[in-house]
Design a binder for this molecule. Structure first.
Ligand code: ATP
Ligand code: MG
Length: 422
């Protein structure tokens, strides 16, 4: 295992002061999987104040001294160094009442959620794996450390984390752990919506999202009960062989990894975009995400018309980015529908995308800002300020998209003169 030099340096430095230190958790897991870890966490028997002392020549941040965490910043990279600890009893299925620093690595690893997240490594001692994490990693299994019922009830966020890891890694969830997810899923009501939304988003973005949501749908239905009726509900539609839930998760699997598109697909079969709006508000998604997702849901069933006029109209209505996103959503939706209409839909989507490329490349006019004339020009021509100016500009744009007027000053002025009646 090759770890970043700076992580090696931190571990060596702690050893020189007669402490032990290991990289731990997610980075060991990802490293063994051959994936690039996003952060390198270090666990040590040194107390936070000792860590700060030992690295007093570097920049340290008191991230969570109470919980034993000091962040070290080296050459712009940050490393979280946390003292071995156990956790006291949990308040409301989430926060430990207290943490206790301990001297045994095994005790520290034992408090961690899943076996694959409960391994430590350094060059001197090699891999420390007391709970079968390496085997589970090899077999692709998410399994609680210890008794699943206890572990998932003391911190119910772990229910969402299990689902998220199953999706991100395309792993299965061990049977007892899955059973405990089901029996404890009602405890998710005690978890903050921000944490739930964050795990949900990562679940939706995972490469194993289909298997995870197919095999372990309970946490999803717990946090979004509005989706429960889609399970086992067959549509009266000859092109749709699957129940609505199956169609939904297939469409998500078929989608490019874009969170807004995947959220929109999660909600696209609901009777109204209002419901999707309510759910995302409740989960405290960003306003801009909510806005785009609701708009995608509202427009997901527009007819595909691959004509230049329609494409320009839609570019004008939606803007380029949103229109392209909508087409990607429609592609995922179509690919999850019966094969007999698929070819035609995909053809129309591709054709539409080609027209967009062409319209953009040729700099053709499809929005007010592309007009060869602006509001000020109209004012100079004596058209009174106010709503009328906007309306006339729309009318000109319309004429240009229809091909009745050229987007050129003279042609537009001539059109206005002929139109008269302001
Ligand atoms: P990623 O960084 O990809 O989200 P990760 O496993 O590193 O995955 P973090 O949230 O960064 O997840 O947590 C780091 C480590 O801390 C985990 O690997 C796990 O050992 C432990 N951990 C995190 N959250 C919990 C929790 N809720 N319960 C128990 N242990 C946890
Ligand atoms: Mg991490």
């Amino acid at each position: 295992m090759i770890m970043p030099e700076n992580a090696e340096y931190i571990i060596d430095t702690l050893y020189k002061s007669a402490y032990k230190a290991y990289i731990v958790g997610g980075c060991v897991r990802d490293f063994l999987l051959g994936e690039e870890p996003h952060d390198w966490d270090i666990t040590t028997d040194a107390r936070p104040e000792d860590v700060k002392q030992i690295f007093s020549h570097l920049k340290t941040v008191d991230t969570g001294l109470k919980h034993g965490t000091v962040t070290l910043v080296i050459e712009g990279d940050s490393f979280e160094i946390t003292t071995y600890r156990t956790e006291g009893s949990y308040i409301k299925n989430r926060k430990p009442e207290s943490v206790t620093f301990v001297t045994s690595l095994r005790e520290d690893l034992k408090r961690r959620d899943f076996t694959v997240n409960a391994m430590a490594y350094n060059r001197v001692d090699g891999l420390k794996d007391y709970f079968g994490g390496k085997d589970d990693l090899k077999s692709g299994i998410i399994r609680c450390v210890g008794d699943p019922d206890q572990r998932l009830s003391e911190d119910a966020l772990r229910i969402m984390r299990a689902l998220r890891f199953a999706s991100e890694k395309n792993f299965i969830i061990e049977e007892d752990t899955h059973r405990a997810m089901r029996t404890n899923s009602n405890l998710l009501k005690n978890i903050s919506v921000e944490r739930i939304a964050s795990e949900l988003s990562r679940t939706l973005m995972g490469k194993g999202v289909y298997n995870a949501l197919k095999n372990y749908p309970e946490p999803l239905f717990e946090v979004i009960p509005e989706l429960r009726p889609t399970y086992g509900f067959t549509q009266n539609n000859p092109h749709q062989m699957d129940d609505v839930y199956e169609h939904t998760i297939k469409s998500i699997k078929n989608s490019v990894p874009d969170l807004e598109i995947r959220l929109a697909l999660l909600f696209h079969e609901m009777t109204s975009a209002e419901i999707a709006h309510g759910i995302m508000k409740r989960l405290k998604y960003d306003t801009s995400i909510i806005k785009n997702v609701v708009r995608l849901v509202e427009n997901h069933s527009i007819d595909l018309i691959a004509s230049e006029k329609t494409v320009k109209r839609r570019l004008s209505k939606f803007g380029e980015d949103f229109f392209r996103k909508l087409l990607k959503m429609k592609r995922a939706d179509a690919s999850a529908t019966s094969p007999d209409t698929l070819g035609e839909s995909l053809g129309l989507i591709q054709e539409t995308e080609k027209i967009i490329d062409r319209v953009i490349k040729e700099g053709k006019c499809f929005s007010l800002k592309d007009l060869a004339i602006n509001g000020n020009d109209l004012r100079v021509m004596g058209i009174p300020e106010g709503i009328l100016i906007g309306k006339i500009l729309e009318e000109i744009l319309d004429g240009i998209i229809e091909g009745d007027i050229d987007n050129e000053r003279h042609a537009i002025i001539q059109f206005l003169n002929e139109r008269g009646d302001f």
